[in-house]
Design a protein around this ligand. Structure first.
Ligand code: FES
Length: 127
């Protein structure tokens, strides 16, 4: 298959994305839209003792958005929420061995939706 500038890792996460779906009654929920292309991303987290114990995503996004979300969920699972909050789009792109420059905006969705889900969780526990 033609990979048109995508790394092997991007292709793997696109073809076989991890953690796709939703969590019923999540501890945190984030939804963001990408202003560049109009695509949408939803992220659901379960948290135990400040650790992300489960995470799922659902997207109306392109292949790069799917691959970056899959990767971000793999990175964040088992992580402390404050550490997970620091994951940047560049971290995600680096873990995927890079994204074509035109596709870097797609990785915003995954990192931003994760941040929104963590913020939602924090808001809930602090009331
Ligand atoms: Fe919309 Fe990639 S083109 S997220």
């Amino acid at each position: 298959m033609a990979q048109v500038g995508y790394s092997q890792k991007v292709m793997e996460h696109f073809m076989d994305p991890k953690n796709v779906g939703i969590i019923e009654n999540p501890d945190g929920y984030g939804k963001v839209g990408n202003p560049v292309c109009g695509d949408l991303m939803e992220m659901f987290i379960s948290v135990k003792d400040d650790i992300i114990s489960d995470i799922k995503f659902r997207t109306f996004g392109c292949g790069s958005a799917i691959a970056t979300s899959s990767m971000v969920t793999e990175m964040a699972k088992g992580m402390n929420i404050d550490e997970a909050m620091k994951i940047t789009r560049n971290d995600v792109a680096n873990e995927l061995d890079g994204l074509p420059p035109k596709k870097m905006h797609c990785s915003n969705l995954a990192a931003d939706a994760l941040k929104e889900a963590i913020k939602d969780y924090k808001k809930k526990i602090t009331g």
